[in-house]
Design a protein around this ligand. Sequence first.
Ligand SMILES: [Zn+2]
Length: 80
Amino acid sequence: MKYLIWVAVIFAVLWWIRQQRSGKRSPSFKKSKVPNVMLPCAHCGLHIPEKEAVFGKLLANGEPAPYCTQQHLQEHEGRT
Ligand SMILES: [Zn+2]
């Protein structure tokens, strides 16, 4: 679990640096017309950007369950 927290922190920092850089170079609000949707991992609850989420099987509401990693998908869905 500690490892996952560090991975999340590193991703957050990298994402933040990227945001800072692209923000300074150009007024790129045109580029990012799609808001960065954060999804909670169905296994551990960690919020990840939709682009980086791993999707599992469909939930009752018809949408696929998001996971932060392939490992969590397998851990969560492998048991059932
Ligand atoms: Zn997870």
